[in-house]
Design a protein around this ligand. Structure first.
Ligand code: B12
Ligand code: SF4
Ligand code: SF4
Length: 398
């Protein structure tokens, strides 16, 4: 390894990047895989993945004079110490430390219905933090080699990041489609610094270490991993709760598995994450469905949750509440039926229907209904009837 490459590594580590590697700027190895993924319709409504596919073939579409791609990986844990954007709505206790097969649980109390956000979304939005640090790396590189140029990219540029990370030796692509590092697992963000410098590349990772394991394929709640490493985003909870605008398809609503934003199931079950210390964060779905725009902005500005907007977050909470069938959700859901947003109204109406139907199934007669309706039988059954009425009114509004 040359002196400059060594200095790049040292500076990257100093900036908090646990993993650093260099890949040559050439055609993406798996460009054909990406094309067949798009052609199969797996990108769903993500236009940014479908439009101009040729841009993902070579990183020169981002920086025309690029000659090397410095790939970095940062552990989620780095971010989770920075909780200044942590919303006060989180259910307590906020964080649940889990490693391998650590499926987090949060006890329900009388006043809350816990739902979880995936580990990568905890704390400040990673895009900003990675980009800031990559730009610092670029500034340092420019001071070392004055004529060089570069461009920092995180997530949003047309670069097949996992592909380049594998080529830079950061890890292999698991059957769960994640870039996995033998030492650190997969709770990692990726970022890239494209540079005009001709750097000595690292050896690509060729070996995979999944072996005969298929834990992620069987654990995925929606069977989105249609074959090893190939994900139908239209079924993925991460896509459904973050990227999809409009209603969540009815046949997948029962499978959201309590995820309000994103999903980590295929990583939670991965043995390579057994030492990981990343946390999920819990929220109270009863509070989320009551969020107004101002509160949403105040609580979630600067976090990854802004991507789904208030519409997405309230929609997701309503769908999960409908699936849970808890009568406490009826009152807030009824208010959602009056929301100015049609997607929220539809989700609330559907949720109310689920709760009413479930309650009717559990207690077909008023007497048995009362005993099934927990602590406040009279008001609960009244609310149930009113809810059914609201649901009909909502139908008319749509
Ligand atoms: C679109 C997108 C999504 C979509 C689609 C995901 C997908 N699997 O395609 C949705 C919204 C579903 C999503 C979900 C998530 N995402 Co996302 N996503 C992206 C984005 C913007 C593009 C990914 C892409 O190009 N997809 C198209 C498919 C075809 O590509 P791919 O899955 O990356 O697979 C390529 C390689 O794996 C390769 N390949 C597959 N198998 C093999 C085998 C061999 C031998 C070889 C050589 C190559 C190879 O072929 C593919 C084409 O290049 C990237 C950022 C970026 N610019 O790359 C982040 C990114 C992939 N996402 C990330 C994260 C964190 C997530 C979530 C964990 C978030 C969450 N907790 O909810 C989930 C994980 C879901 C999963 N199991 O993949 C991280 C992944 C970090 C890592 N360690 O891998 C990235 C890199 C963002 C970042 N900068 O950190 N995501
Ligand atoms: S993120 Fe969740 S829904 Fe998506 S593939 Fe992984 S386990 Fe399945
Ligand atoms: S769960 Fe098993 S098969 Fe899936 S990515 Fe991890 S090691 Fe590979």
């Amino acid at each position: 390894m040359g002196v400059l490459e060594e200095a790049i590594r040292e500076n990257s580590h100093a900036l908090g990047f646990s993993l650093v590697g260099i890949a040559p700027a050439s055609d993406a190895d798996s460009f054909a895989l990406y094309q067949s993924w798009v052609n199969a319709g797996f990108a769903g409504e993500m236009r940014f993945m479908v439009d101009h596919p040729e841009r993902r073939q070579h990183p020169r579409s981002i920086l025309p004079t690029v000659r090397s791609v410095i790939m970095v990986g940062m552990e989620y844990a780095q971010f989770q110490s920075d909780r200044n954007a942590s919303p006060s709505m989180s259910a307590q206790p906020k964080h649940d430390r889990t490693g391998c097969a650590g499926i987090p649980t949060q006890p329900e109390t009388e006043s809350n219905i816990p739902v979880k956000i995936s580990r990568y979304a905890v704390g400040r939005d990673y895009h900003q933090i990675l980009k800031e640090r990559l730009n610092r790396l670029l500034a340092w590189l420019k001071s070392e080699v004055p004529n060089c140029d570069g461009r920092a990219v995180v997530d949003t540029a047309p670069l097949l990041e996992r592909d380049f990370a594998r080529r830079a030796g950061l890890g292999w692509i698991g059957k769960n489609a994640m870039l996995i590092n033998k030492r650190l697992g997969s709770y990692l963000f990726l970022g890239a610094l494209l540079t005009t410098l001709e750097l000595t590349p690292d050896s690509p990772q060729v070996a995979t270490h999944c072996g005969t394991c298929t834990a992620c394929l069987t654990a995925c709640p929606t069977s989105a991993l249609v074959e090893p490493g190939r994900l139908d985003a239209r079924r993925c909870i991460s896509y459904l709760t973050i990227e999809l605008r409009g209603p969540i398809p009815q046949d997948l609503r029962a499978d959201l598995d309590g995820w309000l934003f994103g999903c980590d199931v295929c990583q939670e079950v991965c043995p390579w994450n057994r030492h990981a210390t990343a946390d999920v964060e819990w929220f109270d779905a009863l509070q989320i469905v009551q969020l107004d725009e101002e509160t949403f902005q105040r609580q979630f500005r600067g976090t990854a949750l802004q991507r789904t907007k208030r519409q997405g977050l309230v929609r997701n909470a309503a769908v999960i509440l409908g699936e849970r069938g808890d009568l406490r959700a009826l009152e807030p859901l009824r208010k959602c039926c009056q929301d100015s947003d049609p997607v929220i109204r539809e989700a609330a109406r559907w949720a109310i229907q689920q709760i009413v139907e479930r309650s009717n199934r559990l207690s077909p007669t008023p007497t048995s209904a009362h005993s099934a309706l927990s602590s406040k039988p009279e008001s609960s059954s009244e609310r149930c009837l009113e809810a059914a009425d609201s649901s009909r009114k909502c139908d008319q509004n749509l």
